[in-house]
Design a binder for this molecule. Structure first.
Ligand code: 4AD
Ligand code: MG
Length: 477
């Protein structure tokens, strides 16, 4: 007999039909009611067992997280809060689960405890909802770009370049760490290593994506990205997924338009397609907010916030304007910022970004035209000679969601900048070629996928929105 998903059955009105499902027991009440889940939806289907005619041995094996196969009749439910249930005619235990050993009990566990059981936490409502939303978001990302004429490019994960020039790379080597060969100068001789040169895991696919944009016009990457920065925060992972569109002939304004349209469209997609999961997460967040002191509670619920962002314009502000707002702000005057805003040119910290979006503008903000000194080498220099055509999209509760720029397309200016920053021209000869052969204005950005999932699900720690997080001192699973 054909197996149905729980989701299909919950939406079915073909009562009195024989149906077949497989899934895992969430709870078993009164020796009679199984709440069954198969991952197809946040909702369980109630399966009613005829306990008087079922062997006691079998009833005992219906425990939380046991895998079961159920055949029965779909009936209109008598209980509150559900429309259908299954009157069980045949029940088979496919895989037992010993309740004395199974760590995830049907009660509230802390997120920290669940993180230590990342292989099982996906069996909880919260994590299954988060991961279904994550999956839908990633489909929404591809859908947006594919429907708008972008080509998906898979840039290399192992690379010889440091795209961001920040030196936060994981080295990739085939050497036995204790016996790496040395050259005459006594340094490790990478010419004898697997690739014949020093290599690392990519921090961004941008530089390669730029070469593709110069032929395919509109491209995007969506892949794993690695940063060996020792940032133990709720917003940083050592391994995360980044989406990087790159568009030939787009200037910074078009780049800002693209980032805003893209984010709104993807949020619109999940609002339309993840209603049950988002309703659950909305409720979860409301409960969590109640445990906080009044002053720290967020003013909007999750769904309200997502709809607000999807339907309102982002505020666009130059670094210089933002700097003035911050310098004159109450927390700055009262010395409440850990990093005081004093001189033009300082890098903005997360506390400043959050002040701007959460307290001052109360909506997503795109900051642009940053001081050249605090941004990467490839950003286009403005005529003032001190700012570059950079943009960061800042989100409430998150801080930086997107970092991007119009690229420096002028070969001489780019070379001068690289010389300034001691970036070896020979390393990036192929990148410079794009500026020699048909160079053109072009722009792009990178969006940290987990930060988008964090915002969309209302979770508060980035470790809870990726299946198996990699952070300093942690690579379990
Ligand atoms: O601002 P970033 O460093 O920009 C780039 O890498 C550019 N090459 C992008 C481009 O123009 N194509 O990183 C982009 C985004 C950040 O805004 C943030 O959302 C995310 O990537 N990100 C991280 N997310 C999780 N953990 C980390 N350690 C992250 N570092 C950056
Ligand atoms: Mg950035």
């Amino acid at each position: 007999m054909k197996r149905s998903s729980v989701k299909e059955l919950l939406h079915s009105d073909k009562f009195l039909q024989e149906v077949h499902v497989k899934g895992w027991v969430r709870t078993f009440r009164s020796n009679r009611f199984i709440a069954l889940n198969d991952g197809s939806t946040i909702n369980n289907i109630q399966c009613v067992v005829d306990f008087e005619n079922t062997e006691e041995e079998l009833l005992k094996r219906i425990t939380t997280s046991a895998a079961v196969s159920i055949t029965g009749t779909l009936t209109e439910s008598q209980g509150k809060g559900q429309s259908v249930e299954i009157t069980v005619t045949k029940l088979e235990i496919l895989g037992d689960s010993n309740p004395d050993e199974y760590p995830i009990q049907p009660k509230k566990h802390s997120l920290e405890f669940l993180r230590e059981n990342a292989h099982l936490r996906i069996r909880t409502n919260t994590f299954s909802a988060v991961m279904r939303v994550r999956s839908a978001l990633s489909f929404g990302v591809h859908k947006y770009f594919q429907e708008n004429g972008f080509n998906y490019v898979n840039t290399p994960i192992i690379t010889g370049s440091d795209a961001e020039g920040a030196g936060e790379m994981f080295h990739v080597s085939n050497f036995d760490t204790n016996k790496a060969p040395l050259n005459e100068a006594g340094e490790i001789d990478y010419t004898q290593d697997f690739f014949g040169k020093e290599t690392n895991l990519t921090v961004s696919g941008q530089l390669e994506a730029e070469t593709y944009a110069m032929a395919l016009g509109k491209v995007y990457t969506f892949g794993p990205t690695f940063r060996a920065e020792n940032s133990n925060t709720t917003r940083h992972l050592a391994e995360f997924w980044m989406i990087e569109p790159e568009v030939a002939f787009n200037d910074l304004d078009a780049n800002m338009d693209l980032s805003e349209d893209f984010i709104k469209s993807v949020l619109g997609y999940v609002l339309e397609n993840c209603k049950d999961d988002l309703a659950f997460l909305d409720n979860r967040l409301t409960q969590e907010e109640k445990t906080k002191p009044q002053a720290q509670r967020s003013e909007m619920g999750l769904l309200e916030k997502l709809n607000f962002v999807a339907n309102n314009n982002f505020k666009r502000v130059s670094y210089t304007e933002a700097f003035d707002i911050l310098r004159n702000s109450k927390p700055n005057k009262k010395k409440k910022f850990q990093f005081p805003i004093t001189e033009w040119g300082v890098d903005l910290q997360s506390e400043h970004e959050r002040y701007l979006v959460e307290k001052h503008f109360k909506c997503p903000v795109i900051l642009f035209d940053y001081p050249a000194k605090i941004k990467a080498f490839y950003m286009r220099l403005n005529d003032d000679g001190k700012t570059v055509r950079a943009m960061d999209v800042l989100f409430p509760g998150i801080g930086e969601m997107v970092g991007g720029s119009q690229r420096e397309e002028r070969l001489d200016v780019l070379k001068a900048k690289m010389a300034d920053l001691n970036i070896d021209e020979e390393e990036l000869w192929w990148y410079l070629d794009t500026r020699k052969f048909g160079t053109a204005v072009h722009s792009g950005f990178g969006l940290g996928f987990e930060r988008l999932v964090l915002f969309t699900t209302g979770m508060s720690n980035i470790r809870d929105v990726i299946p198996f997080p990699r952070t300093p001192q942690n690579a379990e699973f």
